[in-house]
Design a protein around this ligand. Structure first.
Ligand code: G3H
Length: 490
């Protein structure tokens, strides 16, 4: 049966979408042929629905003593707790949609769901602590101040397709619990999986606190920004969309940004590295969820003394990975939800090969209609597109280096600065390197691949990789401001 998502949530009401322009979309395979299949349809909303949603959020925030921002902490917690309890009952259905819509394997889909539920419970606990610690009296120079954290206003929240639940909720949940109101637009691949949660949102929060619309950014999100009612743009995705949306706001100075953007995380494998460990970590680092993670390792720097051995063993391990549908046992490579992705990855391969690289694994580049088998490319140079672009898919560029200064210089020149993985044993070499690396990126992973979690750790980046910091702890602060009431001793 076709799955048609036609309910959207505005001002506490589940509305039926009756627009003419509903887009049928196709994504992962549901057949043995691994060919894209039509799953159903999703609405493409426009200005009318965008404005309806932002006006509802604005009203819920600003109507005199807005019910939500001034609600007692314990009552806001009650709403959030009720939401997460209802959400837990949707596990099976949401996991099914994660597999169908974005092609995430069964195990990873279950992990994403469970991680999100845990994230919400942990946020509630951290929020209680934050409220206890931040609501205090300060006295200085005859002035008494009662300090507490307050919300910022209406948040426009745009989630990514690769973690449509976990990463999106890492924006949505802290924004809500701090007393902000939200307009949320899921990514195109990630609309169906919100359906089982719509009722839970509607039942748990007062009208207008959370509003959910669907469609293309330029059609539904632009009018929301142009309305001037948005206080925070919270987006995980690409900088092009983030910049375009910021530019629409009539008063950019009033806009707070919380952005998770592109990255090109390198792994640096030193000559004395434990090769088994480095290869194992680089396999998951480069190719888990087909490389469609902002935290994926997107370029490998291997010391020239070990590059031959590394390449041979790494390439063999890549070829041993099993491709199939997400629900099949033992599968780690799955169909790609973005229609144009296999062709894009092929372009990167062709470009690199035409400039002197080789595909060093046997299966590299094998095609099915909605997949391309990971290609390992060596040697890479700076003229190649795969060196310069965030591939966000199954292609792995490898460079060799003689002097550690070579990868360090490349990282210093890069537009990105999220994380790095460093593999080596000699602490005398590693220790000074760490001091340099932490000033180039925000997280150095020793003898392990890059990752966002555990969710209590700060998740951010330098340069074009991020604005603001996410983690359970940091996000509560990012979505709020310290306010205080002052009185004089007299
Ligand atoms: O796309 C970027 C995600 O934040 C990656 O998260 O490291 O938990 O897979 P992860």
């Amino acid at each position: 049966d076709l799955l048609n998502q036609d309910n959207y949530l505005v001002n506490g009401e589940l509305k039926k979408w009756e627009g003419q322009t509903s887009a049928v979309f196709s994504t992962i395979s549901s057949t043995e042929e691994y060919a894209p299949t039509i799953l159903g349809s999703i609405p493409f909303m426009g200005e009318k629905e965008g404005l309806e949603a932002v006006e509802a959020a604005d009203l819920a925030y600003n109507n005199g003593q807005g019910l939500w921002p001034t609600m007692r902490v314990k009552d806001r917690i009650k709403c959030m707790s009720s939401f997460v309890r209802q959400m837990e009952t949707t596990r099976e259905e949401v996991v099914k949609y994660l597999m169908w819509e974005i092609g995430k394997s069964l195990g990873d889909s279950q992990k994403e769901f469970d991680r999100t539920v845990e994230y919400i419970y942990d946020t509630i606990e951290d929020y209680k602590k934050l409220d206890r610690d931040s609501a205090k009296f300060i006295k200085s120079q005859g002035v008494n101040a009662m300090v507490r954290r307050g919300p910022l206003g209406v948040v426009l929240c745009l989630g990514p397709y690769n973690y449509p639940l976990n990463e999106t909720f890492a924006l949505l949940i802290p924004a809500l619990i701090m007393g902000n109101t939200v307009v949320f637009k899921p990514a195109k691949h990630g609309v169906l999986l919100i359906s089982p949660l719509l009722e839970a949102f509607r039942n748990s929060f007062p009208a207008g606190v959370i509003n959910i619309v669907y469609g293309r950014g330029r059609e539904v999100a632009s009018p929301i920004m142009k309305s001037g009612k948005v206080a925070v743009l919270a987006l995980i995705g690409n900088s092009k969309s983030a910049i375009a949306l910021q530019d629409q706001h009539p008063n950019k100075n009033r806009l707070r940004l919380i952005l998770g953007l592109e990255a090109k995380n390198p792994a640096i494998i030193l000559a004395d590295a434990d090769l088994d460990l480095a290869i194992q970590e680089c396999i998951s680092g480069t190719l888990s969820f087909n490389g469609q993670r902002c935290t994926a390792l997107k370029i490998l720097y291997v010391h020239e003394d070990i590059v031959e051995e590394f390449n041979k063993r790494y390439a063999a391990k890549v070829d041993a990975l099993v491709f199939g549908n997400p629900w099949e046992k033992g599968v780690s490579l799955t169909p790609l939800p973005e229609k144009g992705k296999p062709a894009y990855i092929q372009e990167l391969i062709d470009d690199a090969v035409s400039k002197g690289a080789k595909v060093i694994n046997e299966k590299g580049g094998e095609h099915s209609p909605n997949y391309i088998f990971p290609a390992v490319l060596y040697p890479i140079n700076k003229e190649m597109r795969v060196y310069n672009e965030e591939q966000f898919g199954p292609v792995v560029p490898i460079l060799s280096f003689k002097d550690i200064q070579e990868p360090l210089n490349d990282m210093a020149e890069s537009n990105y600065g999220q994380q790095v993985s460093l593999f080596g044993k000699d602490i005398k070499t590693i220790a000074p390197l760490i001091d340099t690396l932490v000033n180039l990126v925000c997280r150095v992973n020793l003898n392990s691949s890059c990752q966002r979690g555990p969710d209590i750790y700060p998740f951010t980046g330098r340069k074009d990789s991020a604005v603001g910091t996410l983690s359970i702890h940091d996000a509560l602060r990012s979505f709020s401001i310290r306010t205080f009431v002052a009185s004089k001793d007299n």
